[in-house]
Design a binder for this molecule. Structure first.
Ligand SMILES: [Zn+2]
Length: 308
């Protein structure tokens, strides 16, 4: 990566397997996001210690509110300022709590949803998490001085969530995108509008950073941004055509041609993305809760992938 900038990458980039980042200046450093549980975050912070012992963490920027980017916050010392967009702070109060996630791990939610959720969430340990909220918030944009280095934070949301902040380190040519970018893995729209996500891709491309660290998946460059832009352009084309033909959401999901995006991990997220687009096209489309959406996604998997 660029000088004194590091990415902490968790394979394979699926649910909860998120990335983080570290930017060191002279005598200070900045963390980008914590991880989904305390053991994962502890492991990361101790691996970073050779750097943070010399350049202690002074700031942590949260890219967005999802637990896989915030659940480790309490492990940062009180002297570390946690910074996030104001809307991120608001959304953190509405996320599924760690207790709810633990309940989902053990609940019997039926033969389709339970295996789907277990496969995705069983690896994580949600015990002991006490959500720590941001200390400082901003609306659109912020520049931080990290030991003499200028680090820019831009809120390009709402898109994935109500606020989606990217962290740009111009002197190193590195951009941390949070979940505005999934690489090799299907992005999911919790909030939208989808057009705003495409606009966010254009803004990220205009930053012209050669090294791009996604929220999930391996380090990429501008081509990784173009790929996500391509996914959403394709999704809108397919969704709008299905809607114009009068197809229901279920029919649209069953018949969509994912083209080159079909091989991306968690392709079933197309159901949530189509649902979001249908609501944009017709606000009377009923809203669905997260478990309802994940049931539809699990069913979509079952019909697309098997039974073998
Ligand atoms: Zn994430």
């Amino acid at each position: 990566m660029g000088k004194d900038v590091w990415a902490w990458l968790l394979p394979d980039g699926g649910y909860g397997w998120s990335n983080a980042g570290l930017v060191a200046g002279s005598g200070a450093s900045l963390l980008v996001d914590t991880l989904f549980d305390l053991p994962l975050t502890r492991e990361m912070l101790s691996a970073m210690r050779p750097i943070t012992d010399r350049n202690p963490l002074t700031h942590a920027v949260l890219s967005h509110a999802n637990g896989d980017h915030t659940h480790g916050n309490q492990l940062l010392g009180d002297h570390v300022r946690i910074v996030a967009a104001g809307e991120t702070a608001a959304e953190m109060r509405q996320e599924m709590t760690p207790d709810m996630l633990t309940a989902v791990q053990v609940a019997d939610l039926g033969p389709v949803l339970s295996p789907y959720l277990k496969e995705r969430f069983a690896a994580f340990d949600f015990s002991g998490i006490r959500p720590r909220m941001p200390d400082d918030t901003f609306d659109d944009e912020l520049t931080l001085d990290i030991g003499g280095r200028q680090v820019r934070v831009l809120n390009l949301g709402p898109a994935h969530t109500g606020a989606d902040s990217v962290v740009h380190v111009p002197d190193a040519g590195v951009l941390f995108t949070g979940d505005l970018l999934f690489v090799g893995c299907t992005p999911i729209v919790w909030r939208g509008p989808i057009a705003n996500w495409i606009a966010a891709c254009d803004t990220m491309l205009a930053l012209d950073a050669p090294t791009v660290v996604p929220g999930h998946g391996p380090v990429t460059g501008p081509d990784g941004i173009r790929a996500v832009r391509g996914y959403f352009t394709h999704l809108i084309e397919q969704a709008d055509a299905a809607h114009a033909r009068g197809l229901s959401l279920a029919e649209a999901a069953a018949t969509i041609d994912l083209a080159e995006y079909a091989t991306w991990l968690d392709a079933d997220r197309v159901v949530a993305n189509l649902h979001r687009r249908y609501r944009e096209l017709d606000p009377a489309t009923p809203a669905l809760g997260i478990l309802e959406l994940q049931t539809l996604q699990a069913e979509w998997n079952a019909t697309r992938n098997g039974p073998w």
